[in-house]
Design a protein. Structure first.
Length: 183
């Protein structure tokens, strides 16, 4: 009986985990999560909420990097919000809370633009590889979450990791026999 209940609970949890709302850092399009910008150039970073399936009225998160933002590989030159932004508290690196009115439609487009960051690099990628940009919980609440209309109920958001200067790994086609001969 326990195994049956465990299997049933797992079957109910997996679709919920797969359909969870995600918040990620994207470059150019909502599918590109890694970029190698040229040194001393400007580039845009977009924060998209995906798969929310709510009318989103607010989000809170923090963008973290491996080093202090004042000594980073890049600097944020400006922050731009969509027209529906109504209240902003904080900034992406110290904790960001944003309210939207009218609410963002999490159903139709699938991806909702929350913030656009205009950035500038300070150095070539060189030895700085796999510089992660991680979406994490807001430091004040300890939560990565959003609120949805009409009652402003809260929903959890899963933070994603993107990379500046991803390490490129070379690949080469080989036959299965050539791979087996290595062992």
């Amino acid at each position: 009986m326990r195994k049956l209940l465990l299997a049933f609970a797992t079957a109910l949890l997996i679709p919920g985990m797969l359909g969870a709302a995600t918040l990620g850092v994207y470059f150019d399009t909502p599918s590109k999560m890694a970029d190698s910008p040229a040194p001393f150039s400007f580039f845009d970073v977009f924060l998209f909420l995906h798969n929310a399936e709510y009318y989103v009225t607010a989000v809170e998160y923090q963008l973290t990097t491996p080093v202090d933002p004042t000594h980073a590989l890049f600097s944020v030159m400006s922050v731009t919000y969509p027209d529906s932004k109504s209240v902003v508290l904080g900034d992406p690196f110290s904790g960001h809370s944003i309210a939207y009115w009218p609410p963002l439609n999490g159903f139709v487009p699938g991806y909702n633009l929350l913030v656009t960051l205009r950035c500038m690099t300070f150095a070539p990628c060189g030895s700085l590889v796999d510089y992660p940009l991680v979406i994490g919980p807001h430091p004040d609440s300890g939560e990565l979450r959003g609120a949805f209309a009409p009652e402003n109920e809260l929903f959890p958001i899963v933070g994603l990791t993107s990379y500046i200067c991803p390490e490129m790994i070379g690949t080469q086609e080989e036959s299965w026999g050539a791979i087996k001969s290595l062992y």
